[in-house]
Design a protein around this ligand. Structure first.
Ligand code: CP
Length: 315
């Protein structure tokens, strides 16, 4: 594995999930692998889980880890090539990525969707510019369209809790007061399509995800129907793909409630966090015994560790 940018860099998602689970039971076995190596984590956007779990994963492998909030502490970066830099951007991505590569053996990058230019977001312009000019491997810590470290942790969590060989997994859209990217949902869909699960998506009309990600996955616009006999309910808000980056009015109530969960096969509740309580999901659901949100967050460490380990072994 040279870079870890999306599911397409993974040969077999189930094998990688198994590797993450093995690391969970023996986190410090590979400390010599990262000795005298440095991981630099760059955040252009906020984070709690990704920041701490990826840092912890690098430390578990014996690496040094440097974290920088580029969006706040660094120079404003110019991402476009060939521009006259006489505006607010003091440093070009070409030098920034090149310089950081002098200090790092592996770089992690978080850069959210701008949600104004769909073509640019879905071309992963910022991530790809960074990869183009970095000279060391890059790990995607959530980009404009995907969040693969989250999806790997989600898969690990499902594997830990599934009771049947091929569980029914439902990704449900849920409300949110702000326009959020589609990255977590897109990524969850493409990882589950490669996992041994029966996946369906439920969202209101106007919130269909990109066909490039949905492919032939079943989409149901009736949330209650979709929840029937589900083993895992994965809730997430995303803004409209069709009316790009906008919040489209929805008349029905899409908050995940105990009454809706009662339609399922006593399903586990999942969410990547952070979550808006009593907007996305009712307290009664997220505080119930069937909620896996903390286990998912815990598994972020082993997911990141499995990915970094594979990169260290390959480079
Ligand atoms: N789920 C997730 O990526 O959380 P953070 O945004 O806090 O890193």
């Amino acid at each position: 594995m040279k870079n870890f940018l999306s599911v397409h860099d993974v040969v077999d998602v189930n094998v990688l999930a198994d590797k993450a689970l093995r690391l969970k039971s023996a986190p410090f076995l590979h400390q010599s692998l990262g000795k005298n190596k440095t991981m630099v984590l760059l955040f252009l956007n906020p984070s709690l889980r990704t920041r701490l779990s990826t840092q912890k994963a690098a430390l578990n492998l014996g690496m040094q880890c440097i974290v920088m909030n580029v969006g706040q502490d660094g120079w404003n970066l110019e991402m476009e090539d060939g521009v006259i830099m006489n505006g607010n951007q003091a440093e070009h991505i070409k030098e920034a990525a090149g310089v950081i590569s002098q200090y790092a053996d592996v770089i992690g990058l978080r850069t959210f969707a701008g949600l104004t230019d769909r073509e640019k977001d879905y071309a992963e312009f910022v991530l790809n510019q960074f990869v183009k000019y970095a000279t060391v491997p890059v790990v995607n810590m959530e980009s404009a369209t995907v969040h693969p470290l989250q999806s790997l942790a989600d898969l690990v969590t499902i594997r830990e809790f599934q009771k049947i060989k091929r569980p029914k997994v439902v990704l449900t859209w849920a409300p949110h007061p702000r326009a959020l990217p589609q990255a977590v949902a897109n990524s969850f869909v493409e990882w589950m399509q490669k996992a041994e699960v029966d996946l369906s998506i439920t969202n209101p009309k106007g919130y269909n995800l990109s066909p490039e990600f949905v492919k032939d996955t079943t989409v149901i616009h009736d949330q209650m129907e979709a929840f029937e006999k589900a083993d895992f309910i994965y809730a997430k808000n995303w803004s409209s793909f069709e009316d790009y980056g906008k919040i489209v009015e929805v008349k029905e109530n899409w908050t995940v409630s105990a009454a809706k969960m009662a339609k399922t096969n006593n399903a586990y509740f999942m969410h990547c966090l952070p979550v808006r309580r009593n907007v996305v999901v009712d307290d009664a659901v997220i505080d119930s015994e069937r909620s896996l949100v903390l286990q998912q967050a815990g598994n972020r460490e082993w997911a990141a560790q499995a990915v970094i380990k594979q990169i260290l072994e390959a480079n």
